[in-house]
Design a protein around this ligand. Structure first.
Ligand SMILES: O=C(O)CCC(=O)C(=O)O
Ligand SMILES: [Mn+2]
Length: 204
């Protein structure tokens, strides 16, 4: 782990709210560590195929996912209620090292499996009330490089960050209220990608 390659990306919010920060560690894990974790994640995560209903039609989400944390709790987004699954030991160790590295608390994770380039997540913000007024989110990327796009709610300014295998990105307070983000489809891509987004929730 090399703290020297930390990058800080200033992110404008609004005249009143000032500027927030994205912290980025492109080489948080070595290639060997990231390879092993990608394989463990693909093989050991109990993946769910969830669906959304649009105008009476049931449409499978273009990715697999699951939600980890205190099993007494749940998380709801886009009308999908995810009952939390307890952190398996391997994922809890990862959660702890992300906490230690970022010096932020995390007690939940949404894990996404993009099986190939046709999988994606559309524009959204992680701003559900359960996440509190100013969520801080840590995102670990595994597998083929992922282009993380951000779009400002008012100015429509865009930012784009290439997230390599084993990189860690931290979205600081304020970003979810002023920006949306997405992972677009990359039609030609065949390789899998896995993403862990660690979050903090008081309880629910
Ligand atoms: O895969 C990513 O980096 C984005 C995932 C995401 O935005 C989410 O799970 O809320
Ligand atoms: Mn998100």
């Amino acid at each position: 782990m090399d703290l020297f390659d930390q990058q800080i990306i200033p992110v404008p919010l609004s005249a009143e709210a000032g500027t927030a920060e994205i912290s980025f560690w492109p080489n948080w894990l070595s290639d060997a560590e990231a390879d092993a974790l990608l394989q463990t994640a693909i093989d050991k995560t109990p993946w769910r195929q969830d669906s959304i209903k649009i105008m009476g039609k049931t449409i499978p989400l273009p990715r697999l996912q699951n939600w980890f944390g205190d099993p007494e709790t749940s998380y709801t987004y886009s009308n999908i209620r995810l009952q939390a699954v307890s952190f398996p030991d391997w994922m809890d160790r990862l959660r702890l090292s992300v906490e230690q590295h970022t010096e932020k608390p995390f007690n939940r994770a949404l894990v996404n499996y993009y099986r190939h380039g046709r999988d994606s997540v559309d524009w959204h913000a992680d701003d559900e009330p359960e996440l509190g007024p100013a969520p801080v989110i840590a995102s670990l990327s595994l597998g083929a490089e992922r282009v993380f796009q951000l779009r400002h709610n008012q100015s429509k300014e865009r930012l784009s960050i290439a997230l390599p295998h084993g990189s860690l990105l931290l979205m600081g307070p304020g970003i979810q209220a002023h920006w949306q983000h997405r992972i677009a489809k990359v039609t030609a891509l065949q390789e899998p990608r896995v993403n862990f987004t660690f979050r903090y929730m008081e309880s629910n």
